[in-house]
Design a protein around this ligand. Structure first.
Ligand SMILES: [Mn+2]
Length: 356
C-alpha cells in the first residue's frame, strides 16, 4: 500500500503540501481540480500544473478524488453521451500526465450526508455525526442549509451551491429512476470509458454511497457486498474497481467489512480507512481511527487489506477537529495525521508478523 492524504488544492485546503510531507510515511496526495464542475473537461495544462506543484513539495499525485459524474449520466438522459465524451477526454488528459487512479461516485443528487458537522464528544473533540430521525424531519433543501451552517465557511465536496440550486428539479428527474435503472446507467457509463482506461491503465474506483442506504426516497446502489459484486461483474474488467471506504460501507452494521474486502480481491484500487462509533444503527459519529475509540476492529480491516495483497493508495479518512484546529469538517491535519500513523503502525505489525 501507499500511504496518502487527501488534499483539495491551494486556495481550497487549510492544510498545505509542506505539512502533509511531514506526516511520517505519507508519500502521495489524492487531489482534484476542486473548481471544476461535473461534466467539465479537465484541461491537460491544469493537470500538469497541479502535478508540478505537488512534486515540487516532494510528494506525488497518487490518484484523483474525484472526477465527478454529471447527473445526466446517472439519470441516463439523451445528453449523457456528450458528458461521457467529456469524461473520456478528462481521463485521457489524466493518463497523459501519468495519473492512473480515479475515485468517483454514482450517488443521485447528494454526496455523503451528515446531520451534524460538529458534534462535541466527551473529550472535547468535534466530529461529524448522523441521526436518521434528524434526516426524517428534514427536506432536501433544509438538509443543504444545515450542511452549510457548520462548515467553517468551507465548500463541502459534493455539496456545491451551484448543484444544490437545482435540487427540486433533480428530485423531480429521479422520480421514476429505480435502483435497477441506476445500475443500467452505471453499466452504460463504464462500458464507454473502459477502452480509455485500458489504454492509459487508469483504475476506476467507485466510492460507496454514504450512508449506505437510500435517503429522501432516492435510489442508492453502492451500499453492500451483493451490489458491489454485481457492479464488478456487470463490467468485468480489472479497471472497473472499488474504493473500499470503511466509514461508508460501515454505516450499515449489517456490512461485514473484512469479509467484503476479501470478496473484492483484485478489485480494490483505493482504500479509505476510518472508524465510526455507533450509539444505535440510527445514530453514529465519526470517531478517532483507533479501534478502541469506535465500533470497528481496525486491525481486522487492515489485516484483510494486507491479506488480499492490496497495493494501492490508502488514506486516513475524515478526522476529528482537535487541538483547536479550524478546517473543512473532517479534513483537518492533526487527526488525519494521527490516523495515518496508526494505520502505518498496524500495517507494519501485520507485515512483520506475517513474515515469520
Ligand atoms: Mn470515503
Amino acid at each position: 500500500m501507499e500511504m496518502t492524504m487527501r488534499w483539495f488544492g491551494t486556495g481550497f485546503d487549510t492544510v498545505t503540501l509542506e505539512q502533509i510531507r511531514q506526516v511520517p510515511g505519507v508519500t502521495g496526495v489524492i487531489t482534484t481540480l476542486y473548481d471544476t464542475m461535473p461534466g467539465d473537461v479537465w484541461p491537460q495544462e491544469r493537470i500538469h500544473a497541479l502535478k508540478k506543484e505537488v512534486e515540487a513539495a516532494g510528494l506525488r499525485i497518487a490518484g484523483i478524488e474525484s472526477v465527478n459524474v454529471h447527473e445526466d449520466i446517472k439519470l441516463g438522459r439523451d445528453t449523457r453521451d456528450q458528458y461521457i465524451a467529456n469524461y473520456i477526454e478528462t481521463l485521457e488528459n489524466l493518463g497523459k500526465e501519468d495519473i492512473h487512479l480515479v475515485c468517483y461516485n454514482f450517488m443521485p443528487v447528494f454526496d455523503w450526508t451528515r446531520t451534524e458537522l460538529a458534534r462535541v464528544r466527551p473529550d472535547g473533540s468535534k466530529v461529524m455525526a448522523y441521526r436518521q430521525d434528524a434526516v426524517d424531519q428534514l427536506t432536501p433543501e433544509t438538509m443543504f442549509d444545515r450542511m452549510s451552517v457548520d462548515s467553517n465557511g468551507a465548500l463541502l465536496p459534493g455539496w456545491e451551491p451551484e448543484r444544490m440550486a437545482h435540487i427540486k428539479e433533480m428530485f423531480e428527474a429521479y422520480k421514476d429512476v429505480s435502483a435497477d435503472d441506476l445500475f443500467d446507467n452505471l453499466k452504460y457509463f463504464l462500458e464507454k470509458i473502459m477502452p480509455v482506461c485500458n489504454k492509459y491503465d487508469i483504475k476506476m474506483a467507485i466510492h460507496p454511497d454514504d450512508p449506505a442506504w437510500p435517503i429522501f426516497g432516492l435510489p442508492r446502489i453502492i451500499i453492500n457486498k451483493e451490489n458491489i459484486l454485481r457492479m464488478c461483474s456487470m463490467v468485468d474488467d480489472p479497471h472497473n474497481g472499488v474504493t473500499f471506504c470503511s466509514g461508508s460501507y460501515g454505516t450499515n452494521l449489517k456490512n461485514d467489512l473484512p469479509d467484503m474486502i476479501r470478496s473484492l480481491k483484485g478489485r480494490i484500487h483505493f482504500a479509505h480507512v476510518r472508524n465510526l462509533q455507533f450509539h444505535s444503527q440510527e445514530d453514529f459519529e465519526e470517531s478517532a481511527h483507533l479501534s478502541a475509540d469506535g465500533s470497528f476492529d481496525m486491525y481486522e480491516i487492515v489485516k484483510a487489506l494486507y491479506d488480499i495483497g492490496f497495493d494501492g493508495p490508502i488514506r486516513p479518512d475524515h478526522g476529528r477537529a482537535i487541538w483547536g484546529e479550524v478546517s473543512m469538517p473532517g479534513y483537518g491535519l492533526y487527526d488525519r495525521a494521527l490516523g495515518a500513523a496508526y494505520i502505518n503502525g498496524l500495517w507494519e505489525a501485520i507485515e512483520k508478523s506475517s513474515r515469520k
